[in-house]
Ligand binder design. Structure first.
Ligand code: ATP
Ligand code: MG
Length: 173
């Protein structure tokens, strides 16, 4: 199906339970975010990734979702200022049931399926998914999806639209 990733992300954010200490900013720098995708699966992916950003930021902090056109793809990044991931654990996290086990994380629940499922969804759509993280600093997860019309587009950085989705009352400014 032909879907707008801009509209989909806005929709997901409006429906997200965000606790009051988190602020989510959506920075859309793309000029073309129309992709051919299974809408339900992409919603599931977004819930997984945004959910992780919130869950692994127990002390709050801003979460920034940025969308850009990179060549013939649309790239989305979700950046948090949470607990981060030790470097040695990063390569295996996209496998099923892999979680980072240390005392500060033991309190944070989960089954370790979210990233494996996200990878499967992105692979089916011929995109890529990867993450960068530093312990104690935060994590950024990236994914790309091929554009529906695969022409090369440029970012409109100067015109970038910012939307602040805050807790309780969700506002799109
Ligand atoms: P589930 O998604 O099944 O509820 P989960 O969130 O633990 O459980 P994944 O989403 O697959 O599982 O993530 C795997 C592990 O990667 C997590 O347990 C956590 O250790 C680490 N991780 C994922 N995202 C982040 C993040 N944004 N910040 C810090 N650690 C993360
Ligand atoms: Mg998860």
């Amino acid at each position: 199906n032909k879907i707008s990733l801009t509209a989909l992300i806005e929709d997901v954010l409006k429906n997200f339970q965000i606790d009051p200490q988190h602020n989510i900013r959506f920075v859309d720098e793309s000029t073309n975010a129309i992709v051919s995708a299974d809408e339900e699966r992409i919603i599931q992916l977004l819930f997984n990734l945004i959910g992780n950003a919130i869950k692994f930021s127990p002390n709050g902090g801003e979460i920034i979702i940025r969308m850009q056109n990179i060549n013939e793809t649309v790239q989305v990044s979700i950046q948090d200022r949470g607990i981060g991931i030790p470097e040695s654990a990063i390569p295996s996290l996209f496998q099923k049931f892999k979680r980072v086990d240390n005392s500060s994380r033991r309190k944070i629940g989960g089954t370790g399926l979210g990233l494996a499922l996200s990878k499967e969804i992105i692979s089916k759509h011929k995109g890529d998914i990867w993450l960068e993280s530093e312990e104690g600093i935060g994590t950024t997860i990236f994914f790309t999806l091929p554009l529906y019309d695969q022409e090369i587009v440029e970012n409109r950085n100067e015109l970038s639209e910012e939307k602040t989705i805050s807790n309780r009352t969700v506002m799109i400014v």
